[in-house]
Design a protein around this ligand. Structure first.
Ligand code: SAM
Ligand code: SF4
Length: 330
């Protein structure tokens, strides 16, 4: 099988699939308060089309890991069925979702029964008022209950993604780690990236991986984990001698592009070689025009061959991609 290898020798085996660009939160670093011009319904892949393209990735292109995301993937009515059909593929990929957790209390058990392996839940604050300011919705309890439901359903290890913003929640690094340690969740901090629809990201306002580590070291001892990092974006640190760990994803200041093993499919059926790609390859059009799996696989290979070596955020010529994170699938 010829897989998704690019001109720099990287092979993509990890597929992120956005199931919707819509969301029930409005995290300020992601979406404007009024929401966005949502993708027209006719352009969205149907459940059958999603499964068909995922099956091409798994069966023809060597993808071993599938993560459903969005927007908010729990808003997709067919999610459980899509997960069940994905975990039935051969060879069976590992399947997870990235979610804000709202609604997991109702769906975690069914998702686990459908074969879902794990969840990543995004949580940026433990303070209800701050959650409301940060996401423009008063839903902290729903997210915390969603985390607990995921753990109870066995969707483990439950991981938490946190984005810290200067003057907003950067005083909560230690509290969030204490919370994660107490509940057995694996916390990962992610540097804020220039992918917001509002184009409000500023390099000098971003809380860096270095600053996050310095905050944590005020309360914990951190030692580099001896587990090989591979293509994982998070640098893992043993907390107080371990076994618990905390991850820091320095997407901007410590880029891991050289080891990237990802490929992305948007909710409207476009392949993206990178979060920061400025070009896309249309699989939806080919699929709806009757392309066979082998043709779709060839288009996908071509898209990945064009992958750039890095995101170049620090290059003065860097241009933010037209699609925001919520429509790419984070
Ligand atoms: N709605 C789901 C959620 O929040 O987990 C899935 C989609 S969201 C776009 C996926 C992840 O991207 C979340 O962990 C979120 O915090 C992160 N994210 C969104 N915008 C970001 C940005 N500008 N920089 C870094 N991470 C971002
Ligand atoms: Fe929605 Fe996730 Fe974006 Fe927040 S980060 S607005 S939960 S898509």
């Amino acid at each position: 099988m010829s897989g998704l290898t690019d001109r720099y020798g990287r092979t993509a085996v990890d597929l992120r699939v956005s199931l919707t660009d819509r969301c029930n939160l409005r995290c300020t670093y992601c979406m404007p308060a009024e929401g966005l011009a949502w993708l027209p319904k006719t352009t969205l892949l149907t459940d059958d089309e999603v499964v068909r393209l995922v099956s091409v990735a798994v069966e023809e292109l060597g993808v071993r890991e599938v993560r459903f995301t969005g927007g908010e993937p729990l808003l997709r009515p067919g999610l459980t069925e899509i997960v069940a059909r994905t975990t039935a593929l051969e060879p069976r990929p590992r399947v997870s979702i990235t979610t804000n957790g709202i609604g997991l209390t109702r769906t975690a058990a069914a998702l686990e029964a459908a074969g879902l392996d794990r969840v990543n839940v995004s949580l940026d604050t433990l303070r209800p008022e701050r959650f409301k300011e940060l996401s423009l919705r008063d839903r902290l309890t729903d997210t915390l209950d969603g985390l607990a439901a995921a753990a109870e359903a066995g969707l483990t290890p439950v991981k938490i993604n946190t984005v810290l913003m200067r003057g907003v929640n950067d005083d909560e690094a230690v509290d969030l780690l204490a919370f994660a340690l107490e509940h057995g969740y694996r916390l990962r901090f992610i540097e804020q990236m220039p992918l917001d629809a509002q184009h409000g990201w500023r390099r000098d306002e971003m809380v860096t991986a270095e600053e996050i580590l310095a905050s944590l070291r005020a309360a914990y001892t951190l030692a580099p984990s001896d587990k090989p990092r591979g293509a994982a974006p998070a640098e893992e640190w043993l907390v107080d001698g371990g076994p618990a760990t905390v991850g820091v994803i320095g997407s901007v200041t410590r880029p891991f592009c050289g080891d990237c093993d990802r490929t992305r499919l948007t909710a409207d059926g476009q392949v993206r070689a990178c979060l920061f790609a400025t070009t896309e390859t249309d699989l939806r059009g080919a699929l709806r025009a009757g392309a066979a799996n082998a043709e779709l696989a060839d288009l996908w290979r071509g898209a990945m061959r064009a992958k750039k070596p890095g995101h170049d955020i620090d290059d003065p010529s860097f241009l933010q991609p037209p699609r925001p994170m919520s429509a790419i699938g984070g």
